[in-house]
Design a protein around this ligand. Structure first.
Ligand SMILES: [Zn+2]
Length: 237
């Protein structure tokens, strides 16, 4: 188990990440490997550029530890163009979480809500074909390379733990956060990373952060991620 780093030392990461690809406009796609080189869990954040809180929360949890996680690898930002520009999609206007080459990938436009209380009106593309975007193909190659036993994708702000496998890990996160476990998002998600992972046979949990300000989540969510990264849950399914 890792110990907690003194606050004064948390300004930077413990190590440099490894580049796993480039975005549409050439930004680095980076991941931190596990300390052991074995990847039981791969955590992915920031595939939606309008959810930068997920990137910051995950980074804060990493920087609280005095050692890299033993068997967990981490992508803090899977969509750097979107984060830079503050858009949900990438620089091509593609919702990357609808661009994975799944059986149900669709060329139909993708819509999302401007705010949580709006209808699904804001239009994005799902790409030319499934896997057309470099951020999606690079993530696929990373998963193929690391062969994680469990994926965790961080999103917001729906406030639930989506796990079709109803795993012990999902319930562990649920108990720690108070967020409910659900079996699916309740709406179609063709071409999603989750569907791609399921078709590949890799279990995936989608952890939707709640509608809380980021300062609140420093207290409610960061500690749970710290526990997870430090190995408090040791038997991912
Ligand atoms: Zn999202």
């Amino acid at each position: 188990m890792s110990t907690i780093r003194p606050v004064g030392n948390r300004g930077t990461h413990l190590s440099e990440p490894i580049e796993y690809g480039r975005s549409v406009i050439g930004n680095c796609l980076e991941y931190w490997p596990s300390a052991s080189g074995e990847t039981d869990v791969l955590i992915i954040s920031g595939i939606h550029g309008e959810e930068p809180d997920c990137t910051v929360i995950l980074s804060k949890a990493m920087r609280m530890l005095d050692a890299m996680p033993e068997r967990t690898a981490i992508v803090t930002c899977a969509n750097p163009d979107g984060i830079n520009r503050g858009t949900r999609g990438n620089a091509n206007g593609v919702d990357l979480n609808r661009n994975f080459p799944t059986a149900d990938w669709s060329s139909d436009s993708v819509t999302h809500r401007w705010t949580i209380d709006c209808g699904n009106e804001v239009q994005l593309s799902s790409g030319e074909v499934g896997g057309s975007e470099p951020e999606a193909t690079a993530l696929i190659e990373l998963v193929e390379k690391l062969k994680p036993k469990q994926l965790i994708a961080l999103h917001g702000p729906l406030g639930w733990i989506d796990d079709p496998d109803d795993s012990k890990l999902a319930h562990w996160i649920s108990e720690k956060t108070g967020l409910p476990v659900v079996a699916d998002a309740g709406y179609p998600t063709p071409g999603s990373f989750g569907t791609w992972a399921a078709e590949r046979g890799t279990p995936i949990i989608t952890w939707e952060f709640p509608i809380e300000g980021i300062e609140t989540m420093f207290h409610t969510t960061v500690p749970v991620l710290v526990e997870l990264l430090s190995g408090a849950f040791t038997s991912p399914e």
